[in-house]
Each structure stands twice: as structure tokens, then as C-alpha cells.
Write a protein that binds this ligand. Structure first.
Ligand code: AMP
Ligand code: ZN
Ligand code: ZN
Length: 300
């Protein structure tokens, strides 16, 4: 029987990459402290600021909202309704219930109303859904934050997400993408600050926090994510992690410490000619997408 590192009682959690076991109470304490330390270490935000937490209904983003709330930060939620049938309805319901039970403010944005639903776009675009869906989420999170007076957007990205992205970017040597991969992206020419306070936790650690603190979350994956290369990379990396615990965290922290400082920042940003959001070109990716959708809809 493993014992809690803090109190010696029977442990319910064992973290192989840290070689620590905890009881329920001390796991929640360890997790919460580690989030606070990460926020301080990267100067993500303080208690005077309004933080917009992007919530999907999954374990990561709801754990993030819960832990920020428990630490006394002013955190409001934003749920982006993607219009993916029952999956979107269920995830929306989970977010709504979470906010209501805790008396928190949840904002909603419907993609269908501002551009088109993910399935509609999917039928007209040849790119994988995850590619334009991610682009749209980032675009509308940023706009929503600015319009609502939030200085910072927080997402629930975990260590597995970050390592899988870094791995994919390394395989194709997308150095410009790597340069933008970080736990904190400062405010810059039309982009609000973006932070990932849970980037040091694995998916499992977030699931444990959610479970042990009584959060109801949606376990279902997005139906469009099936077959996505990121899931393949996650499986591969988890095999390596199992054989050598701690590999993922070391890989990512060493990237931040030793590689990222050598990468150059990409080209300067300027306002999109159509919508005013920041872009590297003349017209931003979302406005170009909107143009394509309009012309395809007209021609069909
Ligand atoms: P994903 O890209 O699905 O791995 O999600 C990464 C992060 O983006 C999540 O932890 C959330 O913070 C945010 N996110 C994902 N889906 C949504 C959504 N529908 N609405 C708002 N935020 C989302
Ligand atoms: Zn204990
Ligand atoms: Zn634009």
C-alpha cells in the first residue's frame, strides 16, 4: 500500500513522473499549489484582472475554471458552440450546469451565428476540421476577450496537448509555429495575452483533479477529432512516457528553456483589412475563409 507523502494516510493517487503518492486532500492541495506557482512563475495574471477561461466541457478546461475560482481569481467562462450536433448540445449543457452550480458567469458564442457551424464548413473546405476549428476558436476567443474587457484568455491545454503539438511541429520542422508555442503569449498588436496554466499537468492529472473535486465533465471526444494525427502522436508519446516516466515534462520544459529562446519571432502583425484583427497578410485567415464560404454557397 502506498502512503500519502504529506500525511502518511493511505494514498489514492500515484504520480510516476514525480514519484509521489497522495491522499485525496493532499493531491488537491498539491495540484492547486502547482497551478498558483505556474501562474506566478510565468507572470500570467493577478487577482485584479478579469480572466476569460475558454471552456469546452472537458476535464481540462473545467478543472482550470474550478481551480482559478478556488484560488480567488476573477474568472469568467466562454463556451463556443460549434454546432456539432448532440456533441455540442451535451458539452454546452455540462458547462452551463458547472457555472450555475457555482454561481459563475458563463458567456456563449454560437459559431453558426457569426460565421457557420463546423459541419457546414467541413462540407465546403478540404482541410481537416481540427485545423479550421482551432483557427476559429482562437479568433473568436480573442475578439470576445477584447470586446468584453478581458486582458487575458486562459485555455485548458495540458502537457499531453503541448507535447503532441511540439512533436508534430518538430517532425515537420515548423519552426515558426514552435516559436509561438509557450505557456504565455504576451499581448501584442491586437492579440490579448494567452495563457495555459495547466501545461505542466498530464491529462490524467487533470482528470484526477476533476474527479476528486467532484466536477462533472464530458468524457466524449469531438466526433471530428477521430483519426486526427495529434491523437496518434499522443498514443506514441504515452508509450514512451510509460517506459520512462517524466520524459514528456522534461522534453517540454527543456524546449522552453533551451530551444525556444533561439527561435526568431515571425513576421510583424498588422490589422486585417476586413475585420481589423491581427494578421501577417492583408486579409486574415478567418475573413478569407468567410469569403470562400460565401462564394461556394452562391455557386451551389
Ligand atoms: P482542444 O483544442 O479541443 O484540445 O482544446 C484546447 C482548449 O481550448 C481547451 O482546454 C479549452 O480551454 C479550449 N476550448 C476547446 N473547445 C472549446 C469550445 N468549444 N469553447 C471554448 N473553449 C474551447
Ligand atoms: Zn495526505
Ligand atoms: Zn479579418
Amino acid at each position: 500500500m502506498r502512503k500519502c507523502r504529506k500525511c502518511g494516510k493511505r494514498a489514492v493517487v500515484y504520480l510516476p513522473q514525480h514519484r509521489i503518492a497522495f491522499c485525496k486532500e493532499h493531491y488537491l492541495e498539491w495540484y492547486t499549489k502547482r497551478v498558483e506557482e505556474t501562474i506566478r512563475e510565468f507572470r500570467m495574471f493577478d487577482r485584479e484582472e478579469k480572466v476569460l477561461v475558454a471552456v469546452s466541457g472537458g476535464k481540462d478546461s473545467l478543472s482550470l475554471w474550478q481551480v482559478l475560482h478556488s484560488l480567488g481569481y476573477h474568472a469568467e467562462g466562454l463556451y463556443i458552440h460549434l454546432g456539432i450536433g448532440e456533441y455540442s448540445e451535451r458539452s454546452k449543457a455540462v458547462c452551463k450546469r458547472f457555472a450555475e452550480e457555482r454561481g459563475l458567469t458563463l458567456h456563449m458564442l454560437e459559431l453558426e451565428k457569426v460565421i457557420a457551424s463546423v459541419p457546414t464548413i467541413k462540407s465546403l473546405e478540404s482541410r481537416p476540421a481540427c485545423s479550421f476549428c482551432g483557427q476559429l476558436k482562437r479568433y473568436y476567443m480573442n475578439r470576445f476577450a477584447k470586446e468584453g474587457g478581458f486582458s487575458v484568455v486562459a485555455t485548458g491545454h495540458n502537457l499531453d496537448d503541448e507535447v503532441a503539438t511540439l512533436f508534430a511541429n518538430t517532425l515537420s520542422w515548423q519552426v515558426d509555429y514552435m516559436a509561438r508555442q509557450a505557456p504565455l503569449l504576451p499581448e501584442e498588436s491586437g492579440f490579448v495575452r494567452k495563457v495555459k496554466p495547466l501545461f505542466k499537468f498530464t491529462e490524467k492529472e487533470n482528470a484526477l483533479y476533476a474527479f476528486l473535486s467532484g466536477i462533472e465533465y464530458l468524457e466524449e471526444e469531438c466526433p471530428f477529432a477521430e483519426g486526427a494525427s495529434s491523437l496518434r502522436y499522443k498514443r506514441l508519446l504515452s508509450q514512451i512516457e510509460e517506459e520512462s516516466p517524466g520524459t514528456k515534462l522534461r522534453f517540454y520544459l527543456d524546449f522552453l528553456r533551451r530551444v525556444r529562446p533561439m527561435l526568431e519571432k515571425g513576421p510583424a502583425l498588422r490589422p486585417c483589412k476586413v475585420c481589423g484583427e491581427p494578421t501577417q497578410g492583408e486579409v486574415c485567415g478567418v475573413c478569407r475563409l468567410r469569403e470562400r464560404l460565401t462564394s461556394k454557397a452562391l455557386s451551389s
